[in-house]
Write a protein that binds this ligand. Structure first.
Ligand code: ZN
Length: 311
């Protein structure tokens, strides 16, 4: 009788962990690109919710009370940092969030740029931009080398919040980091085939500075590093003259912005728009750029196609 009781107690103890549903780590990511990266590193151990949705513009995002409730219920909050999410501090305070903070850009040495809506910034040393008050460029995800740090920070943050699965986060993080490294090698090789004089691109806002520096492309933008300020008529006029003077052939819409401004520039400069680049957000699920890797590959492919055209 006693032996039977012990046996049934033992079986209860052994069975208990199997009966309990494994609790997933609830992670909030501030925007869709980061959301995908967290999902890649976190795998089945995490449940990711994204604040700024696919196709959304994080620079001008306005959180609602439902976003505050989502943050309040989370175990981990993953943000970009570098002032990409200027609305975030107030949201976190309002939510009473008590979980773990992970800043993906922690430890990154950011690009610096003049942050006052100048028409362009990427013409290298000796440019006429004398603004000493450089701001850190938050669009780090367009640099796959610096993304190695993002992945390490995210894997470490998830592991600290959920030590039981630390090894899984590290393993998946390493595999994903290798995937991005291969993507970077491919992009560098493909862009490297283009003559330097062809590597000139116009976009709406200054989101591609890291990509520009990494692959030696001149990006010019009608707006500054955020989308907050309207492009001035003067900036648009200057850009149009520059397109004509330098025979720029690659002009792009961005997925987060109204196409009107780029259409206007294309008309005035008589340049065909080369399609849409994904700057600060993914496409909706099932779309052409619904993961960071797909988004990056698509951007590079479209850039090469437009820059390959003869001037
Ligand atoms: Zn941006």
């Amino acid at each position: 009788m006693l032996r039977l009781l012990i046996a049934s107690l033992l079986s209860l103890v052994i069975a208990a962990p199997a009966l309990a549903q494994p609790q997933k780590l609830r992670v909030i990511a501030s925007f869709s690109i980061l959301g995908d990266i967290v999902a890649q590193v976190g795998g089945e151990q995490v449940e990711v919710t994204t604040l700024v949705p696919a196709m959304g513009d994080a620079h001008v995002f306005q959180p609602t009370p439902s976003h505050a409730r989502a943050v309040a219920g989370a175990d981990v909050l993953v943000i970009n940092g570098l002032n990409f999410e200027p609305w975030l501090d107030r949201l976190v305070t309002a939510s009473g969030f008590k979980g773990r903070h992970v800043m993906a850009a922690e430890g990154i040495k950011p690009r610096e740029m003049g942050g006052h809506g100048h028409a362009h910034h990427n013409h290298g040393p000796g440019d006429d931009d004398h603004d000493d008050h450089g701001v850190a460029d938050p669009h780090v995800w367009h640099d796959l080398q610096r993304m190695q740090t993002y992945i390490a920070n995210i894997a470490q943050g998830l592991a600290a919040a959920d030590p039981a699965h630390a090894e899984a986060y590290r393993t998946r993080g390493a595999a994903y980091a290798a995937e991005l490294k291969a993507l970077d090698t491919w992009a560098a090789a493909e862009i490297g085939k283009l003559p330097r004089a062809h590597r000139k691109v116009i976009t709406q806002h200054d989101a591609f500075g890291y990509l520009a520096a990494r692959y030696r492309i001149d990006f010019m933008a009608a707006q500054g590093v955020t989308t907050k300020a309207e492009a001035s008529a003067e900036a648009v006029g200057r850009l149009t003259r520059q397109i004509k003077r330098e025979k720029v052939q690659a002009l792009f819409f961005e997925n987060i912005a109204n196409p009107r401004l780029i259409e206007q520039i294309g008309r005035e400069a008589k340049v065909k728009v080369g399609g849409r680049l994904y700057s600060d957000a993914l496409s909706p699920p099932g779309g052409e750029a619904d993961s960071f890797v797909k988004m990056y590959r698509l951007n590079i492919t479209r850039l090469i196609e437009a820059m390959r055209r003869d001037n």
